[in-house]
Structure formats: C-alpha cells, structure tokens
Design a protein around this ligand. Structure first.
Ligand code: CO
Length: 294
C-alpha cells in the first residue's frame, strides 16, 4: 500500500470505527480502541476534612466530562506514606500513569490541582514529559494549575471576593494564607495581592513558606490601623497549614501573631476546592487537554 492510501485507510478507520491504530508499543498490528482518561493530581492531604475538597472536585469533574474515567494521584510522598500507615493507598502520578498505560488508555489528560505552577507542578510536568517520550499513550497533556494565565488571575480575584463574608466592613482586612515556595513562581502571591488591592486595598496575601511573610502582612495592617481581620487559607484544602499555622493557638500562628498586635481575627477554615467558583477554574483547565483529544 502506498503511503497516501495507507494514510487514508488509517483516517477511515478512525472515522468509521472510532478506533485508533496501534502505536509502536502496542505491536502485533492490533488496533487499540480509543480510551480517554483523566488523572487528577493534588499535593494531597492526610486531614479527613480535606476529603470534602477532593470529593467536590471529583464530583464536578465527572459531571462536566461524563463517561471519562477519573483517577487520582498525590504528589506528596510524605502524605502518601502517612496515609499508607492508616491503610489508605494513594498513587504517585508516576504509578497512576503506569497503571493507566497498563489499562490501555490511549489519551490521558493530567490535571494539576495545585494552586500555582511551583515545584510540585514542574515535577509533574517532567513526569508527564517522560511518559510522553516513552510513547506510553497516543496523547498525554497536562492542564494548568489554578493560577496560570491572566484570565485565571481575574477569575481567582472574583472567586475571592465571592467568599468574603458580607458582614465584613471595608475598614476590616481580609488576609489570605498562601502556601509559598522557594520556586520562582512564588511571585504569583504578590501579583494576586496587587490585583486584589486594585479593587479593595484591605485585602492581603501572605504565605507560610515564601514571600510575603506574616510579619510583613502584620506591618501593613498596623500601618493602616486595621483592627479586625478575616483569615482564609488560599490553599485547595484547609489542612495542617490552615488549622495550625493559620488558626492554631500556638504563639506563632497567624491568628496569635495578629491578635497579639491588637488585631481581632476571625478564621474561615475552608479550602478553595470547597468553593465551586475555584473548582470551576481547575475543571475548565481540563477542557484544554480534553479538547485536543477530539
Ligand atoms: Co506545606
């Protein structure tokens, strides 16, 4: 068969049967049936309450993209080991992808449930790239985290305004606790604060492990003579950082530090993944890779 005729035959088989031809890994001339899967990848959390967030995402993804298999993986080794000791076994992205390869998935949309494109996200990029160069799937594409494009930034700003309690006065502050990272993408937190403050100068974003730190945030609040602050985690789940570093009773928690500085605090222990407005952004990002599979 000439190359053009073969191309036509392949195209016809795609159109008529919905199957895709075998790729090198398949061998023996078998035709593989197109099998699309979604792999949701979160940092992970060992907190029982965090499951609310993950279940919410799972439900929304299945509702938006019905009929597509959904798998989960956690990027954090520490969390996976902790869960394993409790008898709950979660896969790493690499193990989850190997299993999907074994199950003859041909097209895989990997969706990062991270907040920014930090170290975890870039590790995931590398793993996805490795599976791609192995030829494990016909297509494998990674979706952006929550905050990637300017459009995401604007949607996140709107989502944040949507969760601020109505009773909050404009003279009172809203302080968001981001995770923070040594990765260059830490700049997203200050960028987000800039965008928020264009609309409301009393909204602040701090981080646990990056810039801005709580001491900087405290200084800004005192300079503005703010007497009351609403504290929110800006993380997908209200896990350990939110419960302890933000809302805990220890003297080094954000609540304790601000309270000691004369700022009354009200804490809201809900992760962003508990709100549909944020989840919608992740779910829409999944539409990018899936759109390429049609
Ligand atoms: Co952490």
């Amino acid at each position: 068969m000439k190359r053009t005729a073969m191309g036509l035959a392949v195209l016809l088989s795609l159109v008529l049967t919905g199957t895709v031809p075998a790729y090198s890994g398949g061998g023996h001339g078998h035709k593989k049936v197109k099998k699309v899967g979604i792999l949701l990848v979160a940092f992970g959390s060992s907190e029982q309450s965090a499951q609310v967030s993950f279940e919410n995402i799972d439900e929304k993804v299945k509702k938006t993209y019905p009929g597509i298999a959904v798998r989960w993986a956690y990027t954090s080794t520490i969390i996976r080991k902790k869960l394993a000791r409790q008898g709950k076994f979660l896969d790493s992205p690499e193990v989850a992808l190997a299993k999907m390869q074994d199950e003859d998935f041909t097209h895989v949309a990997v969706q990062s449930l991270h907040t920014i494109g930090g170290a975890e996200y870039h590790d995931l990029r590398r793993s996805v790239g490795a599976f791609k160069s192995m030829g494990a799937f016909l297509r494998i594409i990674l979706g952006y985290p929550l905050l990637a494009t300017q459009e995401d930034m604007e949607r996140v700003v709107d989502a944040i305004f949507g969760i601020i309690p109505k009773k909050r006065k404009k003279s009172e502050a809203v302080v968001l606790m981001g995770h923070g990272t040594h990765h260059p993408s830490n700049a997203f937190y200050a960028a987000l604060m800039f965008q928020l403050q264009l609309q409301d100068p009393n909204i602040f974003v701090g981080t646990v492990e990056g810039y801005p730190e709580i001491d900087a945030v405290k200084g800004w609040l005192l300079k503005k003579k703010i007497k009351r602050a609403y504290l929110f985690p800006f993380m997908s789940v209200a896990g350990d950082h939110a419960k302890n570093d933000m809302a805990g009773d220890e003297p080094d928690s954000w609540k304790s530090i601000l309270t000691k500085a004369g700022i009354r605090c009200e804490v809201i222990l809900k992760g962003t993944a508990e709100f549909d407005s944020f989840v919608g952004i992740w779910v829409d990002h999944l539409g990018g890779p899936l759109g390429h599979f049609e």
